[in-house]
Design a protein. Structure first.
Length: 454
């Protein structure tokens, strides 16, 4: 039986939740673009070091961030049950995950030269990557902390909170980049290291403000009421969520480092630029998917599971419409989209040729991406985190990565052939998640413990 009355959700309710998330995710895109653009004039090696370094730092962030995504599932379902005060504890559990992540990141820093020295990178690129990552990984805890608090507030429907934190981080990052990359206002010109320091300082200060607001709204540290059983239950659902994202992300990192990296620095730099451009499409779509998941979680928490299919359908159609518009731009003006990343270089160089080929292929996976994001987020909101974990793991490591590696290594495949395997992977993943959702197993999952009768 329904436990609480909820209005029928409309497109306006989806968009009112989504636009702060879209702005928030877009600030992360801007930060990545800013890092790339501020170092692009230093040469291909600097661009590849910073963009590939950012991608590899995300490999450290992705597991604890994926675990923290489950905070939104608990928070939204508790909000749907009318227990918003209880949801606050899950914000603290997410911060505990962030603290553990920082400890592990510190342990990883000394291993950076050995990891990248064993790949097919030029020595200068290895040096640049290690210089960037040794600084950037110091921000692991605060980056995951922002995500944890953002998921807590988003589950309550207060998506503007994380937007403000990320807007602050973006503004400070751009300012610190101007100070530290080339050296302005009396600061030293630190180049690649300056980009890493800018991100660390901006993220740390933004987290400090966000955490202060979280403390103030909870009136300090008194009577937190934390329960180890709840933390363990969060990890029970959160660890598969973290592995879900990690399986896919690490496969993609291996694709970047091993498959595309073996094709040369120009191909690698082009892929990094295309990833930054693709983020413009991905982050708004992910914001819409996250907003849809909030409504799904609140509906399930209130006992209105019947609303979920229509919510998922509405979220997908909205996200797909956006993705199709982006795909049209990729097909119609790829060289123009790549132009900011190649100042002073010839328009027909290898970098641009590889980037144009990648953008053309990426246009065809946009709708698959919209479906995968929408369905994956809806399943996560319902607590169905194990099946998506296995689906991503099997398809990423059993199909996408070995297929692209064999194509390049043994059949002389080009960048275009390698990226075609990514298109296949996204198509198969969206199909698997669709079949899982249609099967209805998510209806039988009990994310929350049964509510005791009053």
């Amino acid at each position: 039986m329904p436990t609480q009355s909820l209005p029928k959700h409309s497109l306006s309710s989806l968009l009112s939740l989504a636009w702060p998330i879209i702005v928030s995710r877009s600030t992360q895109v801007v930060m990545g673009l800013a890092d790339a653009l501020f170092v692009a004039h230093l040469g291909e090696n600097a661009l590849a070091s910073v963009t590939a370094g950012a991608m590899n730092s995300a490999a450290v962030f992705i597991f604890p961030m994926g675990v923290s995504f489950i905070v939104a599932s608990f928070s939204s379902q508790l909000a749907g049950r009318g227990e918003s005060a209880a949801a606050r504890r899950y914000g603290w559990y997410g911060l505990a995950v962030a603290g553990l992540a920082q400890v592990l990141a510190l342990l990883a820093i000394p291993w950076l030269p050995a990891v990248f020295g064993g790949l097919h990178y030029a020595p200068a690129l290895v040096e640049g990557l290690c210089a960037y990552l040794s600084i950037r990984l110091l921000s692991t805890g605060v980056a995951v902390g922002i995500e944890a608090l953002g998921n807590y507030y988003s589950g309550l429907g207060r998506t503007a909170m994380v937007m403000r934190a990320n807007l602050a981080a973006m503004a400070m990052n751009i300012l610190f980049l101007w100070f530290l990359v080339d050296g302005h206002a009396g600061f030293p010109a630190l180049g690649i290291r300056g980009a890493a320091w800018a991100n660390l300082l901006a993220t740390g200060l933004a987290f400090g403000g966000f955490f202060a607001a979280f403390l103030w709204q909870g009136r300090g540290l008194g009577r937190l009421g934390l329960k180890f059983g709840e933390f363990a239950r969060m990890l029970r659902f959160g660890l598969p969520s973290g592995l879900n994202w990690s399986f896919e992300f690490f496969a993609f990192i291996a694709f970047v480092n091993v498959v595309v990296g073996s094709l040369g620095t120009s191909a690698l730099a082009a892929l990094m630029a295309v990833i930054q451009i693709n983020s413009v499409a991905f982050m708004p779509a992910f914001g819409l998917g996250s907003a849809g998941a909030i409504l799904v979680g609140q509906s399930i928490g209130a006992g209105h599971q019947g609303q979920v299919p229509s919510l998922v359908r509405m979220t997908f159609l909205t996200s797909a419409a956006w993705m199709l518009m982006v795909a049209a731009l990729y097909v119609s003006m790829p060289a123009r989209l790549l132009a900011p990343f190649v100042p002073g270089q010839a328009a027909d160089n290898a970098f641009v040729a590889a980037g144009v080929a990648m953008l053309f292929l990426s246009a065809f996976w946009q709708v698959f991406d919209a479906a995968g994001i929408t369905l994956g987020e809806a399943l996560r909101a319902a607590g169905d985190t194990v099946f998506p974990m296995w689906a991503r793991g099997i398809l990423a490591w059993g199909v996408f990565l070995p297929g692209s590696w064999i194509q390049v290594r043994y059949f002389g495949g080009s960048v275009r052939a390698a990226v075609a395997w990514l298109l296949l992977y996204l198509g198969l993943l969206s199909l698997a998640l669709f079949l899982r959702f249609q099967g209805g197993a998510w209806r039988r999952i009990e994310l929350m413990e049964a509510k005791l009768p009053v």
